[in-house]
Ligand binder design. Structure first.
Ligand code: RIB
Length: 307
């Protein structure tokens, strides 16, 4: 791991970098309702940056491709990327505001998030193509849904290694790019939207049926996260249920990103899909026991909960 742009990287994350403005509330407000909350601090976030940091903390050699603004939020948004050793040579500072996520977390650990893309909206095809050598050199390119669709497609086009996609949020991307995902990682809600996007929608929300439908739609492999029930991995060899540790969630913000980053770190270390998912489930559970996204992620020395 190094921020030296000439160092080889295994994983390139092409994605969002946000400043997370988080408030805690007893419960989420109803439409039109005002509630009192607490907090209001800024912590580093963005699904792309979160996954990059999680992968780096789990031993991956990671580079980030993305953009921040020239405002005061750029520094806190990138603090953990830098401190966890992510190569920042593909990150630009553009004349925009840094991506901002306004997050409420309730006492039961559930969250709601509104994202203002800001600089992330400049991660277009041109932006991505300017960073072609970095992306082409990656063993894994990891993508989410918080950059423009043409930037997503350009990253897939340039990828010479494995493409892993966690299309959160689910945006419209071209079918050919999407089906390069091996695996596609999604929660149940996202799986339903992906199937609709591919014209393969099903009425069932049974996890096994969602995974089978995604495989039938053309993905070579699927990792479906099913919250406190763990995950389900599917490929040509069949379906495998992945247990998750029992924990009391404090804040689930970024727990899915911790799963995705840790999963990819283990894939490049040589694990198969199932073994990588077992480890990722423990990392995701650890993340849900702490506050914030990147601020809650474990390093290699942390004791992970047992599934
Ligand atoms: O997945 C959690 C992330 O979603 C937050 O860090 C926030 O920035 C939004 O992108």
């Amino acid at each position: 791991m190094s921020s030296d742009p000439t160092s080889p990287v295994d994983i390139v994350v092409v994605g969002s970098i946000n400043a997370d403005l988080t408030v805690r509330v007893r419960r989420h407000p109803h439409p039109g309702e005002t509630l009192l909350g607490s907090g209001g601090g800024i912590t580093p976030g963005g699904k792309g940056a979160n996954q990059a940091v999680a992968a780096a903390l789990q031993g991956g050699a990671v580079a980030m491709v993305g953009a921040v603004g020239t405002d005061a939020y750029a520094e806190p948004a990138t603090e953990y990327l830098r401190s966890s050793g992510v190569d920042m040579s593909g990150v630009a500072s553009v004349d925009e505001t840094t991506g901002l996520a306004v997050i409420t977390v309730s006492d039961d650990g559930e969250n709601s998030i509104v994202v203002v893309p800001g600089a992330n909206a400049t991660v277009t095809a041109d932006f991505v193509e300017e960073r072609a050598p970095l992306i082409e050199s990656a063993r894994v390119v990891l993508l989410q849904g918080e950059i423009p669709a043409d930037g997503f497609a350009a990253a897939v086009r340039l990828a010479t290694g494995r493409v892993v996609v966690n299309l959160a949020p689910v945006i419209e991307v071209d079918r050919k790019s999407l089906l390069r995902a091996d695996p596609i990682m999604a929660n149940e809600h996202e799986a339903g939207l992906l199937l609709e996007q591919l014209g393969a929608g099903i009425s069932s929300d049974i996890p096994e049926e969602l995974v089978s439908a995604l495989l039938d739609a053309g993905f070579p492999s699927v990792v479906l996260t099913i919250g406190a029930r763990g995950a389900l991995v599917g490929d040509t060899s069949g379906l495998t249920k992945i247990p998750t540790p029992r924990i009391t969630p404090v804040d689930t913000v970024g727990a899915g990103d911790a799963f995705a980053g840790a999963f990819v770190a283990r894939l490049v270390a040589g694990d198969d899909l199932v073994t990588a998912s077992r480890h990722a489930a423990r990392v995701g559970a650890f993340a849900a026991t702490g506050h914030g996204a990147q601020t809650s992620y474990p390093g290699m020395g942390d004791q992970l909960p047992e599934a």
